[in-house]
Design a protein around this ligand. Structure first.
Ligand SMILES: Nc1ncnc2c1ncn2[C@@H]1O[C@H](COP(=O)(O)OP(=O)(O)O)[C@@H](O)[C@H]1O
Ligand SMILES: [Mg+2]
Length: 206
């Protein structure tokens, strides 16, 4: 595997999708071969998992949520991420393994170590080379996405999103070399400049 996997994490509305698209354009202008994808719906199977969560009357137990996301993740790695990495691509993923630790672990109370273990299985060891963590007060994030049709997780109470944010910060504390913290409350162009600086530094060291 000669490619590079960069993941985008953070609470709802923190600017992950916005910044991923901007970074992709910038990397392409530099002549890099880039692919972008997202979880859980980066594959057909994953999209079905996401749809399943939205079905009326479907109320998965927390550990069932974990299993469903892991199923989507393994399919995602097998169908897209690993083949792209094998071809030397820069792969950008809007959420990945850390999201399950933050949402189902810290948010829903599943043992984070169990999730880490399952992540190792589901990814076959394909962990991100670099993770950009967009940190924002979830109240502000939810304000930003007001008016959108919200999914099962976006509709959760603020207290849930605060636990998720705390979870992400814990992940970053444990792996501060891989996970880079970005203060996401600033204007998009300012955030973008910092993202570029971090990614440039990463490629210089890679
Ligand atoms: N730095 C920013 N400041 C203010 N609004 C932003 C910023 N970044 C993104 N937005 C807006 O906030 C909303 C959520 O951004 P988005 O990139 O979709 O977040 P996420 O993918 O993390 O949920 C969008 O309407 C987007 O235009
Ligand atoms: Mg998004």
């Amino acid at each position: 595997m000669s490619g590079v996997l960069i993941t985008f994490e953070g609470v709802e509305g923190s600017g992950k999708t916005t910044q991923m698209m901007r970074l992709e354009r910038w990397l392409r202008r530099q002549g890099r071969k880039v692919e972008h994808t997202r979880e859980p719906d980066g594959t057909r199977l994953g999209a079905e998992v996401r749809r399943l969560f939205e079905r009326p009357g479907v109320q998965p137990q927390p550990l069932v949520e974990v299993f469903l996301f892991m199923a989507a993740r393994q399919q995602h790695v097998a169908e897209k991420i690993r083949p792209w990495l094998d071809r030397g691509r820069v792969v950008l993923s809007d959420r990945y393994a850390d999201a399950t630790v933050a949402y189902q672990g810290y948010g829903r109370g599943v043992d984070p170590d169990v999730i880490r273990e399952l992540n190792t299985r589901a990814t076959g060891g394909v962990m991100p080379d670099l993770t950009l963590l967009f940190d924002l007060d979830p109240a502000e994030g939810l304000r930003r996405i007001r008016g959108r049709r919200l999914d099962r997780f976006e509709r959760e109470a603020l207290a849930f999103h605060r636990r998720v944010r705390r979870g992400y910060l814990e992940i970053r504390r444990a792996e501060s070399k891989r996970v880079r913290l970005i203060h996401a409350a600033r204007p998009p162009a300012v955030v973008e400049a910092e993202v570029r600086a971090i990614v440039e530094e990463f490629f210089r060291g890679a």
